[in-house]
Design a protein around this ligand. Structure first.
Ligand code: AMP
Length: 472
């Protein structure tokens, strides 16, 4: 099948040709006609299948055929769980809409950056808005926009949104949308929670499944290395160096370990950067750009940060630690073998992690082949160093009177330390009671401001970064 068989406007076909696509991917073949017909959609598709174009192209076609009102109401709303994914969806909107005349206005908004430029950019209205839920609610709360004329709602990576505790924000958003609208839901996995949610949200949806539920991307070769305790960093360095791997995405359990491993890789002469929720948006963007342009060989990422990374032909994914939830394994390795390219997903497993590996194998319905590698004895690395925390900076001296902080009274008991506040995935979300699966209460340390957890309203950062303005 060719794109021209999908009844798309020649200006969209031109953009598709410019992008170098010759045939629509399976999800595009099925979703584009359904979306054009106005139907709701429930699509089981992971990143790398071409799912973004499968909703962006028909949305553009629908909007371009309508007269433009002034000010422009938001007519298509795309919700994503992470800033990175929001930015990448927005890049695709800009790419596919480049030849449209008159132009459609598109804006991407997410937390972790100053809200004011986003409010300014919304003046005069936009046709298509891509947003993370927390920042969208903030903007609505500040009267910067209304969503009562949305015709098409897209929930991208809906499973991830629920995992990250966005359900309350999403319910608030749904209540502000017009009842009559088209709903398009994309999810890599369909747990019972997500099925329950979609049953309420979607009306007579067309169900599409391009990769069978919970299956791993077809073109991904998988390998597991059983590693002696303490030897994962050495194994990773050996694998990268010996096989001359470039563009390796490594998943770590914690941000701290991600930073330490990044240091170790750089010390071993393998250029690497870390990407996680404690990094500023600027640092994350720079790391991603360096990785995409091959200046960096390795990107060491926390799970959520890595979720939105869209790099065509990402060849190597490494699970330094297996994910807590086996379904996340599917998400992670969906980073590679994208849009028909082959890829290699490698998992490093300690003897005491084999039971986790078994759960993954049960979910994907196959035994992952074992690889073996001899570690160069000169690599005197031990993973213990990854978990050793740098020494704490000295506590600031209590300050004197005159409006400064008073020294605690002698003998007075020290107040209990509050757990540090944590951030929503978009860096700007209200506290959410929904915990991520696999992170039972009481087993996880309170996080420092990170990307995975809810955060009180009053701690919202306003990092100085210019958000992307409307693409048209
Ligand atoms: P997505 O699943 O939307 O994240 O898309 C994954 C990658 O596939 C993106 O880099 C797209 O640019 C690319 N892509 C989308 N559609 C096609 C297509 N029909 N042919 C080749 N590549 C595509």
């Amino acid at each position: 099948m060719s794109f021209s068989a999908l009844n798309l406007d020649p200006k969209l076909l031109q953009a598709i040709t410019d992008a170098g696509y010759s045939t629509p991917t399976p999800i595009q073949q099925q979703a584009i006609p359904a979306v054009l017909s106005g139907r709701d959609l429930m699509a089981a598709a992971q990143t790398g299948t071409g799912k973004t174009a499968s909703f962006v192209l028909p949305i553009l076609q629908q909007l371009m055929s309508q007269p433009v009102a002034h000010p422009r109401p938001v007519r298509a709303l795309i919700l994503t769980p992470t800033r990175e994914l929001a930015a990448q969806v927005s890049e695709q909107v800009a790419k596919y809409s480049q030849h449209l005349q008159p132009k459609l206005k598109h804006l991407v908004v997410f937390g972790g950056v100053s809200i004011n430029p986003q409010m300014q950019a919304l003046r005069g209205g936009v046709d298509i808005l891509t947003a993370t839920p927390g920042r969208l609610l903030d903007l609505i709360g500040q009267n910067a926009l209304k969503i009562n004329q949305v015709q098409t709602l897209v929930l991208d990576e809906a499973d991830r949104m629920l995992d990250m505790g966005f359900i309350h924000d999403i319910k608030k958003i749904l209540a502000l949308l017009p009842k009559q609208r088209q709903n398009l839901l994309f999810s890599a996995t369909f747990s019972d929670d997500i099925k329950q949610f979609t049953n309420k949200l979607l009306h007579n949806p067309l169900s599409i499944s391009v990769a069978p539920q919970n299956s791993t991307a077809e073109k991904v070769e998988q390998q597991v290395y059983q590693v002696a305790k303490g030897q994962k960093s050495a194994t990773l360095i050996q694998l990268i160096a010996k096989n001359d791997w470039k563009q390796v995405l490594v998943f770590m359990a914690t941000k701290h370990e991600a930073n330490r491993l990044t240091d170790k890789l750089n010390e071993a002469g393998i250029s690497a950067a870390a990407i996680h929720g404690n990094k500023s948006q600027n640092a994350r963007t720079a790391a991603l750009a360096g990785f995409k342009s091959n200046e960096l060989r390795v990107l060491v990422a926390s799970d959520v940060a890595a979720r939105g990374i869209d790099i065509a032909q990402l060849p190597y994914v490494v699970n330094f630690t297996l994910p807590r939830s086996p379904a996340d394994y599917v998400h992670r390795i969906g980073r590679t073998g994208r849009a028909g390219m082959t890829g290699l997903a490698v998992s490093l497993v300690y003897p005491d992690e084999v039971s986790q590996l078994k759960q993954v194998e049960k979910l994907i319905g196959m035994k992952i082949p074992q690889g073996s590698i001899t570690i160069d004895p000169s690599l005197q690395l031990n993973d213990k160093e990854l978990t050793q925390r740098p020494p704490r900076p000295p506590r600031p001296q209590p300050k004197g009177p005159a409006g400064e902080r008073a020294a605690p009274r002698q003998g007075a008991p020290r107040p209990a330390r509050k757990p540090a506040a944590a951030t929503g995935a978009d860096g700007n979300t209200a506290p959410r009671p929904g915990a991520r699966p696999g992170q039972p209460q009481g087993q996880r340390k309170p996080q420092s401001a990170g990307q995975n957890s809810p955060r009180p309203q009053q701690n919202r950062p306003a990092a100085a970064r210019k958000p992307q303005g409307p693409s048209a």
